[in-house]
Design a protein around this ligand. Sequence first.
Ligand code: GAR
Length: 207
Amino acid sequence: MENLKSLQGKRMINVAVFASGSGSNAQKIISFFKNHSRIKVALIVCNKLKAGVLNIAEKESIPTLIINRDNFEETGYVPELHHYDIDFIVLAGFLWKIPSVLIKNYPDNIINIHPALLPAYGGKGMYGQAVHKAVIDGKESESGITIHYVNEIYDNGKIIFQAKCIVEEQETPESLAGKIHILEHMHYSQEIGKILERKNIEDKMEN
Ligand code: GAR
């Protein structure tokens, strides 16, 4: 496992949250780590100027980085992430594919949350309501959330955590989205904390 450079000499682990939607998960993560002694949400990265997450960032006084696609694909904004001393990246409603330059610079240090039980109902175009509609159309009796490492293929990295909910007969994409959001809010921040804690312990054992 790749070391988190921050964990040895530096006190805080700086997390960047990439989000381009309403930001409800980002808000939960920010609140969860607000008074944490070792983990800090240090940057919000967003590709939409009108995204709700930007209001959250302003309210919480967290710096933001607005990105454009060409530069993202070319540089991964690695210099900017280094400028903010970012150690770990959390995707929370971020829909662009992560370029290899960014993955190479943050090996094993980028995670995503997906609103279904991967490996089913993942891949390009599978986000938000489209996922829930596909699950209902597929007559699934359950859905859920998947937290996974990010690699160069959409929704394909190693699975870290899953939680399930029931899909009722009368379920709509909107009602399922509500259940999924509850699961996401319940688990994502805690799992981030556990992942960073595990890395901390592994780093100490290796050194
Ligand atoms: C979340 O449900 C997340 O799982 C989903 O976007 C939503 C963002 O909600 N992500 C994907 O679909 C990625 N493929 P939020 O802006 O309220 O946190």
